[in-house]
Design a protein around this ligand. Structure first.
Ligand code: UD1
Length: 347
């Protein structure tokens, strides 16, 4: 029988993607230790996780970049007897990263380094990292595969690339290390229960949370950033992926990595392989919610590309994963979460 990683550290496990990953891990009978400082997440997410997926889950409320917390984190990872880690802790707002680059480098890279020290001390040497399609530069052809040119356009994206490289260096330094950099396309949607979902602080930067807040009446209208791109309807095209498909991808990646004979670090896209335009996303959300989504056309947003979608074949070849859920599922589930929790976890 193939041995599977049983005891998993999930750094950032209370966050949007992390909470869905933890539900999938618990559902597969794995034991989880969440490390989170709730800087952009809510303790209520943990309560909801435990209701959705009974199992062994512990929480260590510590900050991975606080030097005073480092020893606690190292001891907890050792005591937990971790096999592997999934690293999702970090800051993720592109605009904020341009305004506060030092905080982004310090937080994102510092968190990764602390986690790696703790894994080393616990002799756990497999890690799945939450990277992003943002690491692909602007010169690639669609669909983009993992050999695509990298080149981040902002500090947030550069932290993702740096951490990918750190993991490659680490794997090259000692054969015991194995890593997968999962390059997410655009995660959206929520758990079908409507119990956990994305709860951004302040004005959402990303399309789906913004649309959902317009639909629920928290915001007046959506601004569509450009309708004169060279795409089928002039608006930007992205590869939206249901967060539950994405979460399943982490479990599949972990099992693959743990069983894999070769060492080293590999990059793997998680996307559907299909593009959806902003106008198509708005129309799909309107159908799912039965709400009007007023919008206006606004100027293009700096740094946006016209179109990007994944070549998602490698994840299928390596770990037999593919995204199953449609844009209708993404909208229906995102809407269920938003309409059940108009103010997110604060309700
Ligand atoms: C963004 C980040 C990316 C990050 C990802 C996380 C940028 C440039 N990139 O990707 O690094 O990994 O989020 O999911 O911010 N749009 C509107 N109106 C809005 C918001 C978005 O028209 O109010 C459009 C955008 O122009 C784009 C599409 O919707 O065409 C998707 O935007 P968004 O959800 O912000 O994702 P990305 O920009 O692809």
């Amino acid at each position: 029988m193939v041995k599977k990683a049983q005891k998993i550290i999930v750094a950032g496990g209370a966050g949007y993607i992390g909470s869905h990953v933890v539900v999938e891990l618990l559902g597969a009978g794995r034991d989880v230790l969440i490390i989170d400082n709730f800087s952009n997440s809510h303790p209520e997410a943990i309560n909801r996780i435990t209701k959705l997926a009974p199992g062994n889950v512990e929480l260590l409320e510590r900050d991975l970049i606080n030097p005073a917390h480092k020893n606690d984190i190292i001891s907890a990872v050792k005591d937990f007897d971790a096999d592997s880690a999934i690293h999702l802790a970090g800051l993720k707002a592109v605009g904020e990263s341009v305004a506060e680059p030092v905080r982004y480098y310090e937080t994102n890279i510092g968190s990764a380094l602390t986690l790696l020290s703790a894994l080393e001390a616990a002799d756990a040497n497999t890690i799945v990292f939450s990277s992003s399609a943002t690491v692909y530069g602007e010169l690639n052809q669609n669909p983009v595969d993992e050999t695509g040119l990298t080149g981040a356009t902002n500090p947030y994206g550069r932290t993702k690339l740096f951490i990918e490289d750190i993991l490659k260096d680490l794997c090259a330094s000692a054969p015991k290390w194995k890593a997968i950099n999962l390059r997410y396309f655009n995660p959206v949607g929520a758990h079908p229960s409507g119990q956990i979902g994305e709860d951004p602080n302040g004005v959402p930067n990303n399309l789906f949370p913004f649309i959902a807040q317009v639909a629920v009446g928290r915001r007046e209208k959506l601004s569509i950033f450009g309708d004169d791109y060279d795409t089928r309807d002039g608006t930007g095209v992205r590869d939206y992926i249901h967060v539950v498909d994405l979460a399943r991808g982490h479990l599949a990646a972990l099992d693959y990595l743990f069983a894999r004979e070769e060492n080293g670090a590999i990059d793997v896209n998680l996307g559907t392989g299909a593009g959806v335009s902003v106008l198509e996303a708005v129309a799909a959300f309107k159908r799912a919610s039965n709400k009007d989504i007023p919008y206006q056309i606004a100027p293009r947003r700096d740094g946006d590309v016209a179109e990007i979608y994944a070549d998602a074949r490698l994840a299928n070849e390596l770990f037999n994963w593919r995204a199953d859920k449609t844009i209708e599922d993404m909208c229906a589930d995102h809407w269920r979460w938003q309409s059940n929790n108009p103010n997110g976890y604060k309700d």
